[in-house]
Design a protein around this ligand. Structure first.
Ligand SMILES: Cc1cc2nc3c(=O)[nH]c(=O)nc-3n(C[C@H](O)[C@H](O)[C@H](O)COP(=O)(O)O)c2cc1C
Length: 376
């Protein structure tokens, strides 16, 4: 097995799995001749092409792609490699492909999906790995059969993903085991908060459909929106997966939402920012129907007041302009009618309004605003 080390910060191995330590970190394998090998995005592409059958692997011989030391190149190695070559976070996806796969069929579909959507990925692995014997389902007493026969079994996940908070859309892939999702998928579903998220199941099977597992998924987790799932045969191609993707009503294809701000009967329309805080603001307002906030005059440039909830901060030093709506200190909303430089999290910006119009509407004192969300 190649020895993996970090060149910037230490890494930890747990049950053969790498836990990486932050973003922007490129890590290194030490080869048997003690030379260092730096993984790059090209290695990710090479291994992905190999796993998808786009390359024979011959030209890659000698590459240190068996990251988990099981003498095979497979999707687990690809996941480890992706974790090691962390692409800087500026473009991180809000879509996650999560999958569990024991003989590679679901893994192959998942890799097509990841390639097509540029989503992040996470492979569910069992803390106690399944052996070939464990999934030999012709043997009625095998581990997988025993688990499927008991709906309360929750196999432990080896390295649970820390949080799903930064993801809006989650593709969830698994093989069908005795007409249902493997019980480890139930472990996953019961471990996270799926409210406000869109979950799209997909599976592979010899012949069984996905519908029983879809019903189980809906009953096991409180999911914001569960889109119809898709069963693929093991032989499905990338174009099959692409056609399915095209048919989906994914959140980004859905109509845009606007924040409506009512000030004493005058309604202003605002475009929401592309931040987690803005998404949470919209979800929270939608679940309440409308929200009223008292905003106090401050500094001759803003009206600021508390929101009923804390939102996820991603503060950045900002010079505001009139009409900007910012999250301040995680739980206060500020609407600017003039500019100020400070560290804020963008929530949105009022459409088509001048500084003079805003100043006149806001006046010198405190104001009461009622917030609603409208699809348009
Ligand atoms: C324990 C077990 C139970 C299975 N039960 C079914 C089943 O009920 N219906 C079916 O069509 N295929 C069944 N299969 C076949 C798998 O669903 C199929 O081979 C799948 O593509 C494997 O996915 P994977 O390679 O991602 O693990 C079963 C396989 C196993 C291991």
């Amino acid at each position: 097995m190649n020895k993996l080390i970090s060149i910037i910060c230490p890494i930890v191995f747990s049950a053969g799995t790498l836990i990486s330590c932050g973003t922007g970190v490129q890590q290194t394998a030490i080869m048997s001749d003690d030379t260092a090998y730096n993984y790059t995005v090209n290695d990710i592409q090479n291994l992905q092409d190999f796993l998808l059958g786009k390359s024979s692997g011959g030209e890659l011989s000698g590459k240190p792609y068996d990251l988990n030391g099981d003498n095979k190149w497979n999707s687990f190695d690809l996941t480890l490699m992706r974790e090691m070559v962390t692409i800087p976070d500026t473009n991180s996806s809000d879509t996650l492909v999560v999958y569990f796969s024991q003989t590679g069929n679901t893994g192959k579909i998942a890799e097509y999906l990841i390639g097509l959507t540029h989503a992040d990925s996470y492979v569910i692995e069992a803390a106690v790995p399944y052996t070939a014997e464990d999934i030999s389902y012709q043997n009625s007493g095998c581990r997988a059969n025993q688990e499927q026969n008991d709906k309360s079994v929750r196999p432990e996940i080896a390295s649970p993903i820390e949080s799903l908070d930064s993801y809006d859309t989650i593709f969830l892939g698994y093989p069908i085991w005795w007409g249902e999702e493997p019980r480890i998928i139930d472990t996953f579903l019961e471990s996270y908060d799926f409210s406000g998220k869109t979950v799209i199941p997909f599976c592979t099977s010899a012949s069984s459909g996905i519908s029983t597992s879809e019903r189980n998924i809906a009953s096991l987790a409180d999911i914001g929106t569960q889109l119809p799932g898709k069963r693929f045969p093991g032989s499905a191609s990338e174009s099959d997966v692409s056609a399915w993707l095209d048919s989906l009503e994914l959140p980004e294809k859905q109509s845009q939402q606007k924040l409506i701000i009512d000030i004493s009967g005058t309604q202003l329309t605002a475009t929401l920012a592309d931040t987690q805080a803005a998404k949470e603001l919209a979800e929270n307002i939608k679940s309440s129907g409308s929200v009223t906030a008292e905003l106090s005059e401050y500094g001759g440039f803003e009206k600021v007041g508390s929101l009923p909830w804390s939102l996820t901060k991603s503060d950045q030093q900002t010079k505001t302009k009139p009409g900007d709506i910012m999250l301040y200190q995680g739980d206060k909303m500020t609407i600017f009618y003039d500019s100020n430089s400070w560290s804020y999290t963008p929530l949105g910006s009022i459409d088509n309004i001048t500084q003079d119009e805003l100043s006149e509407l806001f006046g010198n004192g405190d104001i009461t605003v009622t917030l609603t969300i409208r699809a348009c």
